[in-house]
Ligand binder design. Structure first.
Ligand SMILES: *Cc1c(COP(=O)(O)O)cnc(C)c1O
Length: 395
């Protein structure tokens, strides 16, 4: 391209935009991890203790999941070769959907290629232009974009704020046909929980559907690992549960769980399920193996929570965001401070990333605890954080 053409390129704004991102300290790039996932991983040639993973139970590197994926690949090949309604459906998919429904104690479930696609497809199928969505302002990107895609009227309510939600229901509910309340169950960048029992009673009072995203709760919360719904004693109540196979379940994919009617409807109406290729045999089999392990080995969840409680106790003096999950965030005042602390931790062989705007409104170091962290891993993190408390000194 000659100089004159470059001047007038329709793509020139991209560079400018990137410069702005750099200047705000918002720039992000990928970092390669070598080898299998686990509590310790190799990051850019350095062995680090991993506090950045969603693999809460340490299943993504588990030999049994790997063997299940290999066996399924040998039997069914690498790809599903079509959408589920055409040539892409295997018995294995049905088996996984039954296992999810059984864990969640719902009538049925439907698996998607990712949790993100599950939210897009389900929300867009359930509501449209005549309808209202009330969305927690801290919801995950996939919930927000699902709401946009649906073309329903979207109104945000303040984070976990029942009073604000009630006021908005009084103000707007009667102007719309259907209403859907959508929320993360464990807030993914904060670690606290949605007020599910209160949301469900409000929904009943105002004739609304409720969709909860159990991405960070499945396998982690509740007596049997069924998630936040179980944790709050809401099992069996009528609601729509979304989740992912890619966090505690160590695989890839997403799901929705609920009534037979809901799932049957979604098989006919969810575009991100109908018009995409069925989940690969390997991912399906790995997730199925993970669910069996979650049910057979509750000690994994127990160890996870022991680690969470030890770490919370030891960090009690730092400025932690409120958390009721294995996601523990240290609040910092600027993106630069968060980046700085992440770098210092990395020098101490600890991988705990800085999370900054626009992902979240305020900067933080986000720590995710795993069942497979050993006591010395936790102690090393605590030591490094205590040595660097000066970086966290602010009101
Ligand atoms: C990770 C996450 C998703 C997306 O799940 P994927 O399977 O990774 O696409 C959706 N919702 C929430 C709350 C998440 O944290």
């Amino acid at each position: 391209m000659n100089e004159a053409a470059k001047q007038h390129s329709a793509y020139k704004w991209l560079e400018k935009s990137l410069e702005t991102i750099h200047r705000a300290n918002w720039y992000r790039s990928v970092k390669a991890i070598a080898g299998r996932p686990g509590a310790v991983v190799e990051l850019e040639g350095r062995k680090v203790i991993n506090f950045a993973s969603n693999d809460y139970l340490g299943l993504a590197g588990d030999e049994r999941l790997i063997q299940a994926a290999v066996a399924a690949t040998q039997t069914y090949g690498t790809g599903s070769t079509g959408s589920r309604l055409l040539s892409g459906h295997r018995e294995l998919h049905k088996e996984l959907e039954k296992a999810i429904a059984s864990l969640k104690q719902t009538e049925d479930a439907l698996i998607f290629s990712s949790g993100y696609l599950a939210n897009l497809g389900v929300i867009a199928a359930l509501v449209g232009t005549k309808d209202l969505i009330l969305s927690d302002k801290y919801n995950h990107s996939s919930l927000k974009n699902g709401a946009k895609l649906s073309e329903a009227k979207v109104i945000g309510y303040d984070r976990r704020d029942i009073t604000d939600l009630t006021a908005k229901l009084h103000q707007y509910r009667s102007q719309y046909r259907r209403c859907l309340i959508i929320t993360d169950s464990v807030f993914s960048m904060d670690g606290d929980l949605c007020p599910l029992p209160e949301l469900l009673s409000l929904a009943e009072a105002f004739d609304c559907m409720v969709l909860v995203d159990e991405a960070h709760a499945t396998g982690v919360l509740g007596n049997t690992g069924a998630g936040c719904v179980e944790h709050f004693g809401c099992t069996g109540k009528e609601l729509i549960q979304i989740g992912t196979l890619s966090k505690a379940l160590g695989s890839l994919g997403g799901y929705v769980a609920g009534s037979n009617t809901l799932i049957d409807f979604l098989r006919n109406r969810a575009p991100s399920w109908i018009y995409t290729t069925g989940l690969s045999p390997a991912d399906t089999a790995a997730a199925l193996a993970a669910i069996r392990i979650i049910r057979a080995e509750p000690q994994r969840r127990k160890r996870l929570w022991q680690n969470v409680n030890i770490l919370k106790q030891q960090l009690a003096k730092l400025n932690l965001l409120p958390s009721q999950s294995p996601i523990i965030c240290i609040s910092l005042s600027t993106p630069a401070e968060a980046l700085n602390l992440a770098e210092i931790l990395k020098q101490a062989n600890i991988f705990a990333p800085a999370i900054r705007p626009p992902t979240v409104p305020t900067s933080r170091i986000r720590i995710s605890v795993m069942a497979t962290h050993q006591p010395e891993h936790i102690q090393q993190l605590v030591k490094a954080l205590k040595l660097n408390q000066k970086f966290m000194a602010y009101p």
